[in-house]
Ligand binder design. Structure first.
Ligand code: F6P
Length: 371
């Protein structure tokens, strides 16, 4: 029984933001850990849409999660309860009579919906957006534990988020495959990877996959440095170059490359790979090709590391609720899983420190960052 409040009988789980490999493993761990305590567990459909827009779901906005429902899902990508990176309850987009779209706060309504469904507590799995929503819900006295998820690894106060390892493993495999075709044709291959405003995926995959150039948001680049690197390789009879570009990378003094920006949705990044490739072709005359890995990084089966982290996070979230904790996020702090206040976890974005060992390693290997 929790230290504070009424005893828990029913809990809910929600998955929000972009999907990431390992979400189903968290769901399974939360459900089994809850059932083993005699609690019922319900999944909220598509982030919080299941409570805010229940009429949209044939089966209802919340779905009972039984042992049968979570059997055999640990290794599956995606999320069985769905997710969305729209309809943030803190800035929910609605159309005014005159057609203009404005954002309203629907968190009070959400808290009431929990009471209506007799849901005593929430485990919410997501990135910075979901953790900020969780913080507000906890301030409004809902019992909430957050579980950090994102392929971008940009959440603070946890050594890693699940989903990141799978994304890096896949990107690395792609770089391995691109080497032979780049070498055969003597081309420059530009590989754009996701990651939003942090360069973790580009850096880790770039170093592991033997990229020659890595461009990340934390180090604004000067393309002439990249051209020098390509020429240096040509002079050494290495007439191909692999360039990894994070989607949030920017030229010195330049702006991030945005595909789309609409109210109620974070700006969608993309296009920097094409830009870099065109400019490199213009500056070197070399044949250049672009590969955008995009959503492929979010698909597929989680690696063993992501599965284990996700299962540990899910079980730890339920233990935290049992201990009466709320307003916290589970976090990896090897060898343990710890709890950090949501307030601390949401204060800043975790970007790549310029003096981190992986950057130093890359520089020692002769990898160019365009600086
Ligand atoms: O945060 C995860 C992420 O995959 C980012 O790397 C990327 O910028 C964004 O989501 C893409 O979101 P969407 O699903 O809207 O294309």
């Amino acid at each position: 029984m929790p230290k504070s409040g009424v005893p828990i009988k029913r809990i809910a789980i929600s998955t929000g933001g972009g999907d990431a490999p390992g979400l189903n493993a968290v769901i399974r761990a939360v459900v089994l850990a809850a059932l083993n305590r005699g609690w019922e567990c319900y999944g909220i459909r598509e982030g919080f849409n299941g409570l805010l827009l229940p009429e949209q779901f044939v089966e209802g906005g919340i779905v009972r999660l039984t042992r049968e429902r979570v059997r055999g899902i640990t290794h599956l990508g995606g999320t069985i309860i769905g997710t969305t990176n729209r309809n943030n309850p803190l800035a929910y987009p609605i159309k005014d009579k005159d057609g203009t779209i404005k954002e309203i706060d629907r968190t009070d309504e959400l808290v009431r919906a929990f009471a209506l469904h007799h849901l005593d507590a929430l485990v919410t799995v997501g990135g910075d957006g979901s953790m900020t929503i969780a913080k507000v819900l906890a301030e409004k006295c809902l019992r909430v534990v957050g579980v950090p998820k994102t392929i971008d690894n940009d959440l603070d106060k946890t050594v890693v988020t699940f989903g990141f390892d799978t994304a890096v493993a896949f990107a690395t495999e792609c770089l391995d495959r691109l080497h032979s075709t780049a070498a055969s044709h003597g081309r420059v291959m530009v590989v754009e990877v996701m990651g939003r405003y942090a360069g973790w995926i580009a850096l880790n995959a770039g170093v592991s996959g033997s990229a020659d150039v890595i461009l990340i948001p934390e180090i604004p680049y000067d393309l002439h440095q990249v051209v020098d690197k390509i020429r240096e390789r040509d002079a050494q009879s290495q007439n191909f170059t692999i360039v990894v570009v994070a989607e949030g990378a920017t030229q010195k003094g330049g702006a991030v490359s945005v595909r789309e920006k609409e109210i109620g949705h974070a700006e969608r990044l993309g296009g920097i790979g094409e830009k870099v490739a065109q400019e490199l072709h213009a500056l070197t005359g070399k044949e250049t090709r672009v590969v955008v890995l995009g959503h492929l990084l979010r698909g597929g089966s989680p690696t063993h590391s992501d599965r284990l982290t996700a299962l540990r996070f899910g079980a730890a979230a339920v233990r935290a609720l049992e201990e009466g904790q709320s307003g916290i996020m589970v976090a990896l702090d090897p060898p343990n899983v710890n709890y950090v206040p949501l307030d601390e976890a949401t204060r800043r974005m975790k970007t790549v420190p310029l003096d981190c060992d992986t950057i130093l390693t890359a520089r020692d290997l002769g990898i160019c960052f365009g600086d």
